[in-house]
Design a binder for this molecule. Structure first.
Ligand SMILES: [Zn+2]
Ligand SMILES: [Zn+2]
Length: 210
């Protein structure tokens, strides 16, 4: 298993490249900015992206998608709940004081529980709304079990719920019912900041201690 975590852009979104060492098929999660750097990392590992995945459509997670998609014919994928946000990236930018381009066309909608395969590996989509309506997490089912939690769950923190369509009650419910059901050893790679373990967040995350 090849895993590269690249913090990209002014908000340092964790773009993750996962690749199969045998077949070189790969997925890119959250190509949020700096597409040249992402393309450089893909080339350095000799990988061929099969899907461009997004945990959600906030601008810091989608603004490098165009540059990566122009080089690689891999469908851009998103949960239906975030399509309005995806189509309004210039508006999101104005709200935060950035001038941003339109995103490229969406090519595939992700369903809850959908399994995407690349090479010898499978990644499961989990709909975890609350940070945004269409937020998802991805769980790697083969190899080193890992959860890619987007802006839903962070190291000792949770995503904000005061942006478009955010809902704190729903966010906490998603974390408890869809993520905390997994074993504590599971490594968690959030959408920003350091990697953590699910068991540590169950015990130590101040937003989730019951
Ligand atoms: Zn976000
Ligand atoms: Zn973010």
């Amino acid at each position: 298993m090849i895993q590269r975590i690249l913090p990209v852009g002014p908000l340092q979104c964790n773009c993750v490249i996962l690749g199969c060492d045998r077949t070189k098929e790969a997925v890119v999660i959250d190509p949020g900015a700096e597409p040249e750097r992402i393309l450089g990392a893909i080339a350095a590992e000799g990988l061929r992206p099969k899907y461009l995945l997004h945990t959600h459509a906030h601008f810091d997670h989608v603004c490098g998608t165009r540059g990566v998609r122009e080089k690689w014919e891999a469908p851009t994928c998103l949960h239906e709940g975030d399509v309005p946000l995806y189509k309004n990236v210039p508006m999101q930018g104005r709200f935060f004081g950035f001038q941003l381009e339109e995103t490229p066309p969406l090519e595939k909608l992700l369903e809850d529980e959908e399994i995407l395969s690349f090479g010898d590996y499978r990644l499961q989509t989990l709909h975890t709304p609350g940070h945004s309506p269409g937020s998802v997490s991805f769980k790697l089912l083969d190899g080193p079990e890992t959860l890619y939690s987007g802006d839903t769950l962070f190291f000792r923190s949770i995503g904000r719920s005061d942006l478009w369509g955010g809902d704190e009650g729903l966010l906490l419910k998603s974390i408890r019912e869809r993520l905390f059901v997994f074993e504590g050893e599971l490594e968690v790679v959030p959408g920003h900041g350091p990697v953590t373990r699910l068991g540590d967040e169950k015990k130590l995350n101040p937003f989730l201690r019951s």
